[in-house]
Ligand binder design. Structure first.
Ligand code: HEC
Length: 155
């Protein structure tokens, strides 16, 4: 009995236990941070694009209540009711034209910047002098936005 007690209180043994517990702790921590580092961050391209370039007028929710809206002559469209106002179907072709900017004559003078031209102009910055098609690049950017707008629709 006294031998067991002597062994239990042996300071060398206690130090050893503390050392191994510490080691397990450090390894677990390293493992967790490594496995987190390997996960690619989730990026919602459409949301990011919408919030950085459209929300100023259309609002983060898409309802047309962005901070710039009060300064515009034409009120930004409420983008959340587009499907409801079109028999439950998102009018993607019309949206495409509106965002690209081709449909401006149809609307008359418009406060909506022509995004097709903007994205075409930005294409060279992304391709660093390699071969690229500005139209296809701009189309991709607009389709990503339409996909995001489709997620903003009210039932
Ligand atoms: C400077 C303010 C402003 C910004 C920024 C802006 N819009 Fe607009 N948007 C408007 C206005 C104003 C209208 C209404 C135009 C009209 O009725 O002639 C409009 C209309 C639209 C429409 C037309 C909807 C329909 O019924 O056809 C779509 C789609 C749209 N915007 C999407 C976007 C997207 C996507 C972005 C970001 C890339 C964006 N807008 C950025 C002001 C803006």
């Amino acid at each position: 009995m006294s031998r067991v007690q002597k062994n239990l209180l042996n300071p060398k043994k206690i130090l050893k236990i503390i050392f191994y517990l510490g080691l397990i702790f450090v390894l677990t921590f390293a493992f967790i941070s490594l496995s987190n580092a390997q996960k690619p961050p989730k990026v919602d391209l459409g949301k990011h694009e919408f919030e950085s370039r459209c929300a100023s007028c259309h609002g983060r929710s898409g309802k047309g209540d962005g901070w710039l809206a009060d300064f515009l002559i034409v009120r930004p469209t409420d983008l959340t009711v587009l499907a409801r106002n079109n028999g439950g179907v998102l009018p993607t072709d019309r949206l495409y034209q509106s965002i690209w900017g081709n449909s401006v004559p149809l609307h008359g003078p418009s406060d909506m910047p022509a995004w097709g031209r903007t994205y075409r102009r930005e294409a060279p910055e992304v391709y660093f002098g390699g071969p690229y098609y500005p139209d296809i690049y701009a189309q991709g950017r607009i389709l990503v936005l339409i996909e995001y707008i489709s997620r903003l629709q009210v039932k």
